[in-house]
Write a protein that binds this ligand. Structure first.
Ligand code: ZN
Length: 301
C-alpha cells in the first residue's frame, strides 16, 4: 500500500511540474520570457536564457525553444493566453543546450525547426549537460531534436508574409554556429548569445576579436530592439554591457601580454572592479580571461 502511494506521488510530481512563466510584452507582436541570470540548477530548472515569440498573424514564430520539453510546453501555454494559436516556426540561435532543448515539443506539434547548417550537423552530445543539472521532473520528455531547415550565410525567409533575415556566421564568435535574426518590419534583432546583459557572458569556446566586430554589425542594423540570449534589457542599448566588457577584457589581456606576464600571473591579477557587480562575475570572469589570453597571445594571425 505504501509503495503504491509512493508510485502515485512520483507520477503526480512527474506530470504536474510547471515552470510558471510570465512573458514580457516588447511590442504588440513580440513577447519574451526572460531567463534568470543564474547557473542552471534544480531550482530554476534551466530557466536561465531568453525565449521570445513573434505573432506572425496566423501563428507564432519562436526564437529559441528553451532548456526542456516542459519549458516549451509551458511557454506555449502562456502564449495561447495572449492569442490562441499554434507555433509554426522555431529558430535556434546556437547549440548551447539552454536554448533549444524545447524543440521536441514544437516539432511534435508540427513546427518547422530552423537553425544554422553547422549546428544541424553537430553530433549529439551525450549525456546532455542539462539533464545533469535540472530536476528529473523538469527534464522529463526532453530529447535532442535538431533543426530540419538549415541556414547558410545570409538568407531571407518569408514566414506568413513577414520577412525574416537570418545571418549564420562562418566564424567563431560565442560559438562556431551563431545565428542572428533580423525582422525589419518589427525593427528587432534577436542576437542570441552575442548579447548578454544583467550578467557576465561566457566567452569559453568563443573568439573575443570576432565578438567585438560582430557587435558593431548588430548595432549597424539600427533597430529599435536588440534582444540577447541572456538578460532583460531589450532596447538598442542592450549591447553596451557586452561590448564594454569585451573591450576592457581585451585591453587588460593585451597589456598583460605586452608586459610579459604569463597566464598564471595574468589570472592572479585579473580582477576588474567595473564588472564585479554583474551577476555570475565570480563564476565566469576568470574563465573568460583565460580564453581571451589564449586567443590574444597569438596576435592577429
Ligand atoms: Zn550560449
Amino acid at each position: 500500500m505504501k509503495s503504491l502511494l509512493l508510485i502515485a506521488l512520483a507520477f503526480h510530481s512527474l506530470f504536474s511540474f510547471e515552470y510558471n512563466l510570465e512573458p514580457k510584452k516588447i511590442n504588440s507582436q513580440i513577447y519574451c520570457f526572460f531567463g534568470k541570470p543564474q547557473i542552471m540548477d534544480t531550482h530554476n530548472n534551466g530557466d536561465i536564457s531568453n525565449s521570445c515569440f513573434v505573432d506572425l498573424g496566423k501563428s507564432y514564430l519562436v526564437i529559441d525553444s528553451g532548456p526542456s520539453y516542459k519549458y516549451a510546453r509551458d511557454t506555449h501555454k502562456a502564449m495561447k493566453k495572449i492569442k490562441n494559436q499554434e507555433v509554426s516556426f522555431v529558430i535556434n540561435t546556437h547549440i548551447h543546450d539552454d536554448h533549444w532543448l524545447g524543440n521536441g515539443y514544437y516539432k511534435e506539434n508540427g513546427a518547422t525547426i530552423i537553425g544554422a547548417k553547422i549546428f544541424a550537423n553537430t553530433p549529439n552530445a551525450t549525456p546532455i549537460r542539462m539533464q545533469q543539472y535540472i530536476s528529473k521532473e523538469a527534464f522529463d520528455k526532453t530529447e535532442e531534436v535538431f533543426p530540419t531547415k538549415h541556414i547558410e550565410g545570409v538568407q531571407t525567409l518569408e514566414l506568413e508574409g513577414v520577412k525574416v533575415e537570418l545571418t549564420s556566421f562562418d566564424k567563431t564568435i560565442h560559438t562556431d554556429n551563431d545565428m542572428i535574426i533580423y525582422i525589419p518590419s518589427q525593427s528587432v534583432v534577436f542576437a542570441g548569445d552575442l548579447v548578454f546583459n544583467e550578467r557576465i557572458m561566457s566567452l569559453r569556446g568563443g573568439n573575443i576579436n570576432n565578438w567585438i566586430d560582430v557587435l558593431d554589425e548588430i548595432e549597424a542594423k539600427n533597430s529599435k530592439y536588440i534582444i540577447g540570449g541572456h538578460g532583460n534589457i531589450y532596447t538598442r542599448d542592450s549591447t553596451k554591457i557586452t561590448k564594454r566588457y569585451l573591450e576592457a577584457l581585451k585591453e587588460f589581456v593585451l597589456e598583460s601580454i605586452d608586459e610579459g606576464r604569463d597566464i598564471t600571473d595574468t589570472l592572479t591579477n585579473s580582477h576588474m572592479s567595473e564588472f564585479e557587480d554583474l551577476k555570475l562575475y565570480k563564476e565566469m570572469h576568470t574563465i573568460n580571461v583565460e580564453t581571451a589570453y589564449r586567443t590574444l597571445e597569438w596576435g592577429d594571425e
